[in-house]
Ligand binder design. Structure first.
Ligand code: GDP
Length: 308
């Protein structure tokens, strides 16, 4: 199946959760009876309290035969390292901005990281239904922000959508049509490149880690090359290329709607969760035993709590 991996960048309260709910609903992947109180963005606090690093929030939906994985990005500067690693999994971002409030500190922080990684954002000006909306000015402010963050020419030429997640529409013009999210879906398919698979045997860069009572350690990332199969022997390489452990994949989970489901085959480009290893951690590469250490995926800083 065709794939797109994107992240949504937004300041808190600008409508990320509402938008994702509507996208799920309109793509048909959303069933009301499956709706949990625990909306996708809301579990981080609990997890943090328990002291588990778990920030793998991926929502996945299908639009016109294309699977779209939407990765959550924490907006806080405390998670600077996380943000960068998470953005390495995607090929495009949607920058969601409140039409009344305009860009805010978290918008700036994550956008800066995305631009640095060469991602070209799609700008979505949300909450245009608000009487105090000032979409034109906000668009100017967004442009100025891009410029201040040293966006390149291509990035400055960002496409723009206007709409209201609450009223369940996005359009190319501020006044509509106000009937669906189709323009946003189509823009993602059109403007975001499909993930490129690198040649070679199975390789995935562990981006987030969590602990599951049944499956044990679960590492989530984007498959860089090759194919993952359940029971397949794998090894984990640390960033310096040394072997952390040898083991076996016990389960491969893919994201479906708000949930995760076991799959029989993980394909290059997809974002999946791998269970079976016990020592491997974030920033390690999990790979087929045949993979040469020098083929270690690109180095990405390990999790850091930057206090800036
Ligand atoms: P998040 O923090 O970015 O995930 O934001 P939420 O999706 O939780 O939205 C924050 C608040 O803004 C909620 O009260 C939403 O109902 C509201 N909201 C979201 N989208 C819109 C919109 O398009 N128009 C208006 N007026 N309110 C919205």
């Amino acid at each position: 199946m065709n794939l797109r991996n994107i992240a949504i960048i937004a300041h808190v309260d600008h409508g990320k959760t509402t938008l994702i709910d509507v996208l799920l609903k309109q793509s048909g992947a959303f069933r009301d009876n499956q709706r949990t109180e625990e909306r996708m963005m809301d579990s981080n606090d609990i997890e943090r309290e328990r002291g588990i690093t778990i920030l793998a929030k991926v929502t996945s939906l299908v639009w016109k035969d294309t699977r779209i994985n939407i990765v959550d990005t924490p907006g806080h500067a405390d998670f600077g390292g996380e943000v960068e690693r998470i953005l390495h999994m995607v090929d495009g971002v949607i920058l969601l901005v409140d039409a009344a409030e305009g860009p805010m500190p978290q918008t700036k922080f994550v956008l800066g990281k995305a631009l640095k990684l060469g991602l070209k954002p799609i700008v979505a000006i949300n909450k245009i239904d608000k009487p105090e909306q000032r979409a034109d000015e906000v668009l100017d402010e967004v442009f100025d922000l891009f410029a201040a963050l040293d966006a390149n020419e291509d990035q400055l030429d960002f496409p723009v959508l206007y709409g209201s997640a609450k009223q369940e529409w996005m359009a190319l013009e501020p006044n509509g049509p106000q009937d669906s999210m189709d323009p946003l879906f189509d823009m993602v398919l059109d403007k975001v490149s499909p993930p490129e698979a690198q040649p070679g045997d199975f390789r995935i860069l562990a981006t987030t880690i969590e602990s599951d009572p049944f499956l044990g350690r679960i590492l989530t990332g984007r498959i860089v090359s090759g194919t993952a199969l359940p029971n397949m022997p794998i090894k984990a390489l640390s960033r310096d290329g040394s072997v952390v452990e040898n083991g076996r994949i016990s389960k491969i989970l893919a994201f479906r709607g708000l949930e995760r489901q076991p799959i029989e085959k993980g394909e290059a480009g997809d974002i999946v969760a791998i269970a079976g290893l016990t020592k491997a951690t974030v920033a390690d590469t999990l790979c087929a035993p045949s993979v040469n250490e020098s083929l270690q995926a690109q180095p990405i800083d390990p999790p850091t709590l930057s206090m800036t």
